[in-house]
Design a protein around this ligand. Structure first.
Ligand code: GLU
Length: 422
């Protein structure tokens, strides 16, 4: 049933709710438990005055939504983007609940967001905004309550400022409050690569199931941020050809393969792909419709829609981003039957899994090597993949619904067993 009588109402929140309903139907969940499991538990909205470099004060708006706290502290990133909305953050928090639950992590789900274009800020303005956001949400978070992490528009440096702000408030170094930190501040080895590494791991595993070797694999990646670039690098090193990449300035396509090292060097120098001459220039929309073996949307929500779903020319659709496929597009893809879709809550779960490892290492003050991190990561990914594929067969449903059935069932079970307080 549509959840319209809430402050979260928006197309992306509706997308997350409809996905939930499809899984809850399969589980035969009763109305009370269904509503309790679906609704975000709580949220804060904060206004942040920030002194800009020109001396003027600007007010930014930010959110933190905790969707579920029944299976552990909330966990999920903080997004800095000019189009952030509360409904979007709530949908992303909901997906974090299912993602953590599916991977078997002892967490609930949360997400934060600030309406800002971080590229328009100077480094000092970005620091003041990051610290102020953390300052405002301190009463709401903590290593046992809610543990943020990076998301679109935030990075290790932002996590370092936030950790410093929180630790100063506590009066002692407290790295377990946030993950995705620099390694020098209790960050985990492998966290930076983890989401892209996980996406690449799933792509390789599903290609293996389809008997497609690396030398026959052409990959297109929309979004060349942390997730997209690390996935590209892992697949390139495996022997696949990267034929298309893009960022917010546009896309580059080269049927003979893009020189990835040159693309990364261009970004390191110019910050964006604009002006990169490694292929033909295309728009982001055109890039999604080019022929390839693997298409990886690794940017924002709702880019695969009813308009382009019928035109996709890929064999595998690997969701590096959260919520890149609308429900209408989902239906078209499953009716087509010729695309293996690796759903977001499974496909990009490597990031939060290594965040969990980072938090564990912080709490224990005992740090692991990178091979240890990746070995543990790959084992957890393999387990999640096997359980999703088994559930898909059991219920004869899509891979997305199977992943959600598993994620949602655990949260609902925990809620039912805990009962109502008081
Ligand atoms: N923002 C990432 C996600 O969407 C990572 C969250 C985390 O590491 O807590 O999964």
């Amino acid at each position: 049933m549509a959840l319209t009588n809430t402050i979260y109402s928006s197309p992306v929140f509706q997308q997350a709710c409809s996905q939930f309903d499809a899984a809850a139907d399969i589980l035969g969940m009763d109305a009370g438990l269904r509503e309790r499991t679906k609704r975000p538990r709580r949220c804060v909205v904060v206004s942040m005055p920030v002194r800009m470099d020109n001396g003027k004060i600007e007010i930014f708006e930010g959110y933190r939504v905790q969707h579920n706290l029944s299976t552990g502290p909330a966990k999920g990133g903080i997004r800095f983007h000019h189009d952030v909305t509360l409904g979007e953050v709530a949908a992303l928090a909901m997906w974090m609940s299912w993602k953590c639950s599916l991977a078997g992590l002892p967490y609930g789900g949360g997400k934060g967001g600030v309406i800002v274009d971080p590229r328009a800020l100077s480094i000092t303005e970005l620091e003041r905004l990051s610290r102020r956001y953390m300052q405002e949400i301190i009463p709401f978070i903590g290593p046992n309550v809610d543990i943020p992490a990076p998301d679109v528009g935030t990075n290790e440096q932002v996590m370092a400022w936030m950790m410093d702000t929180y630790s100063n408030h506590q009066g002692h170094y407290d790295p377990g409050v946030i993950t995705g930190k620099p390694v020098s501040l209790g960050g985990s080895l492998g966290r930076r690569e983890a989401t892209g590494e996980g996406v690449a791991w799933f792509v390789k595993a599903y290609l293996q199931d389809l008997n497609i070797p690396p030398e026959k694999t052409k990959v297109i990646i929309q979004g060349f941020g942390n997730v997209g670039s690390e996935a590209a690098l892992a697949l390139y090193n495996w022997g696949a050809e990267i034929t298309g990449i893009s960022d917010y300035t546009g896309g580059v396509y080269n049927a003979k393969g893009i020189d990835l090292k040159a693309a990364l060097a261009h970004i390191a120098q110019h910050k964006t792909l604009q002006g990169f001459r490694g292929g033909d220039t295309l728009t982001n929309e055109q890039l999604l419709e080019q022929e390839c073996t693997v298409l990886i949307p690794a940017a924002l929500e709702r880019v695969i829609t009813e308009k382009n779903a019928g035109k996709l020319k890929c064999r595998v659709l690997a969701e590096g981003a959260n919520g890149p496929t609308t429900n209408e597009a989902d239906k078209i893809i499953s009716d087509r039957g010729d695309i293996e879709l690796i759903p977001d809550v499974l496909c990009n779960s490597g990031g939060v899994i290594v965040s969990y490892f980072e938090w564990l290492q912080n709490l224990q003050n005992y740090y692991w090597t990178k091979p240890e991190v990746f070995d543990k990561l790959h084992r957890m990914l393999a387990k999640a993949k096997a359980s999703v594929d088994e559930t898909m067969k059991k219920y004869n449903c899509s891979r997305r619904t199977a992943a959600l059935v598993l994620g949602i069932a655990r949260v609902a079970e925990a809620k039912a067993s805990r009962g109502l307080f008081p």
